[in-house]
Design a binder for this molecule. Structure first.
Ligand code: SF4
Length: 636
């Protein structure tokens, strides 16, 4: 039988909940909803490119690339016979533990253990310690430091004669790139089922330019975690223990296939070991359901309204402590107005599935035609694409805008920068301003568009990129002030209007546009009449029928699922995972598609197919806003 090693990934999983080790050992039986895809994550988060950039900073290193555990350990041990050596992906095994160290620098018995993360770091601002209790580690940094502490412990066990000093290598957002197209040095390839980064040129000092990754000594934090003093035992008793106790226990659980009896808690809300009804019908099992039935009895029904469905619930801990998990058992006094509305609609106490507060109609009377509905797609690359830019500075590569006149005439504009390597932000502003004209009310959905315009304004003033002579910085800056928060043409946030005035049972506590769109389509006869036939207008959606019912009596289908997937070669569920943010649509799928055009070798046909997909999805984002408006207007 193959040995069951506790790796970095499994240690992290067990730190979230030790019971997950049982489910992860048998994912054919227990499906995992985190349909992570290494290739897409490489594009979305930039982890692989940052890892490859880190290697450029340690020239003459040796890579251990084999996936076979025994071979990897043998190759590493051979390299470790040298007095001075740098190894990428060094494989260390000790008993039940197996780790790969991103970069291991050996000088005699002095070892630098370097974990590389695509995580933003600002030397003057970032603090690893908790602000209120400096002896504890800040919860945002805990998973990263815990990971490097685990690796340090395993390495010290395997090689007690070594002096191991741990480091995190992080993306230093205070730095500025001094070369153009650094990202084009790294091409992502999906060769032989594995995501790899291929260098397109020799990474000389001139080509790589100024160092953008900071090597941060984390010995003090790691020693604190090793000793068990860095996590509040009252809040998280399992992870407050010394690393040795945790690692030995998790390794034993995983080796023996134990069903660790974990307490239910707020973390269960995001548990990935859930099976859909279709998967249950196929005979698969739901880890989530098993945990809840063990603790709450066999009658636990995951279809019943649950406290986890309540929007923005802050009392999950105390409700669970009191044994409350059904929505119907939550004390009314614990709920705010929005939550009360949701609970009452969901439980049928209002006698209606949709509620619109009359204040919405008063707001609508203030709006001026033409109405402009706008949506941006943007990316914050870890490795700047252009000289003069910091890591994680925004690039705005696409927008869609629908315009609705008082007579009901609907028109559509769009803009997409599909040119790999071009700096898009100034053209984006020029085209957007033209599209929004000088009159009419502008709508956004959530805060993203406001945030981006303010970032672009800061970029204009920073001089990070040359501005064309024809571009009047002061004029554009004033225009941004006018259309952003508090300006005289400030964009109206439709998501805030939903939060304040609109609820439908089908939204299930979410205010994201992807939850609201199917809800208004379900509720509206006007939308059924307009969209249950092929669209006779639009730019990329012409001919699509966006109102479709699932069978004769089923629910109205989600229009996003009626479009061809953004990537023909990737499971749509995996793509959906990229957008799985509650309330604020992050545009993760669009960002990833655009990143694919920048980081992958592709034919003109593939590039065209991705561009067309991006244009379709962005157009649907703004048409969705129009549909929400049309439904509200029909209820006035
Ligand atoms: S449902 Fe909760 S207890 Fe069960 S595995 Fe998931 S997180 Fe752990």
């Amino acid at each position: 039988m193959k040995p069951r090693y506790l790796t970095k990934t499994r240690f992290k999983l067990a730190s979230e909940c030790p019971r997950k080790l049982f489910y992860c050992a048998d994912e054919k039986t227990y499906p995992n909803t985190k349909k992570e895809n290494d290739f897409l994550l490489a594009l979305a988060e930039g982890g692989h490119q940052v890892g490859a950039l880190a290697q450029c900073y340690f020239p003459d290193g040796h890579v251990v690339s084999t996936l076979d555990y025994d071979e990897a350990v043998a190759q590493t041990n051979e390299l470790l016979r040298r007095n001075d050596v740098v190894i990428y992906e060094a494989a260390i095994r000790h008993g039940d533990f197996f780790i790969r160290i991103d970069v291991l620098v050996k000088r005699g018995n002095d070892i630098e253990l370097i974990e590389v993360k695509a995580k933003s770091y600002a030397p003057a601002e970032t603090a690893f310690a908790n602000k209120r209790n400096p002896a504890m580690i800040n919860k945002d940094w805990l998973p990263y430091l815990d990971d490097v502490a685990f690796q340090t412990w395993v390495t010290r066990q395997a090689r007690p004669e070594w002096q191991v000093r741990p480091f995190l290598m992080l993306v230093d957002k205070s730095q500025t790139a001094d070369v153009d197209g650094l990202h084009q040095l790294f091409r992502i390839s999906r060769g032989s089922g594995r995501t790899e980064v291929v260098l397109t040129a020799v990474p000389t000092a001139e080509r790589v330019g100024r160092h953008l990754l900071a090597r941060v000594d984390v010995l003090a934090e790691v020693e604190n975690l090793l000793a068990g003093g860095a996590v509040d035992a009252a809040k998280d008793p399992l992870n407050a223990r010394p690393i040795s106790q945790r690692a030995e226990q998790y390794a034993a659980i995983y080796r023996c296939g134990d069903r660790f009896d974990a307490d239910l808690g707020p973390r269960c809300k995001k548990c990935e070991y859930r099976a859909s009804d279709a998967e249950l019908a196929e005979g698969k099992l739901s880890g989530y359901l098993e945990c809840w039935r063990e603790h709450r009895g066999p009658e636990f029904d995951h279809h019943q309204p649950h406290i986890f469905d309540i929007w923005n619930a802050r009392n999950l801990d105390s409700w669970l402590d009191e044994g409350v998990y059904r929505m119907e058992d939550v004390p009314a006094s614990d709920l705010n107005d929005r939550q009360t509305l949701q609970v009452e609609v969901t439980l049928g106490r209002r006698g209606e599935s949709e509620v619109i507060a009359p204040q919405l109609f008063a707001e609508m009377r203030q709006w001026q035609f033409p109405l402009h509905f706008v949506d941006f797609e943007t990316i914050m690359p870890a490795i700047p694409f252009h000289a003069g830019m910091h890591p994680y500075q925004n690039l705005a590569f696409q927008f869609s805008c629908h315009h609705l006149d008082a007579d009901g005439r609907l028109t559509h504009d769009q803009w997409l920068s599909a040119d790999a390597g071009a700096f898009p932000n100034w053209d984006f502003l020029v085209e957007l301003r033209k599209s929004l004209s000088d009159s009419g009310t502008i709508f956004r959905y959530a805060a993203h568009e406001n945030t981006i315009l303010n970032h672009l304004k800061a970029q204009l003033h920073s001089g990070c990129r040359p501005v064309p002579a024809s571009f009047d910085v002061a004029d554009y800056s004033n225009w941004i002030d006018r259309v952003t928060k508090d300006g005289d043409r400030a964009m109206v946030d439709m998501c805030q209007l939903v939060r304040d005035y609109y609820y439908h049972a089908r939204m299930r506590g979410s205010n994201s546009i992807k939850a609201v769109l199917p809800a208004v389509l379900e509720a509206s006869k006007r939308l059924e009449d307009a969209y249950a036939k092929p669209l006779a207008f639009g730019t990329n959606l012409r001919g699509f029928t966006l109102w479709q019912r699932d069978g004769d009596m089923g629910a109205v289908k989600d229009p996003y699922k009626l479009l061809p997937p953004l990537f023909a070669d990737i499971d749509p569920d995996v793509i959906e995972f990229l957008d799985a943010e509650d309330e604020i649509r992050e545009g993760g799928a669009a960002m990833t598609a655009w990143a694919r055009m920048q980081f992958c070798e592709m034919s003109p046909e593939e590039r065209r197919a991705i561009s067309e997909g991006l244009l379709r999805y962005c157009e649907l984002d703004t048409l969705a806003m129009v549909m929400i408006y049309q439904h509200w207007e029909s209820q006035c």
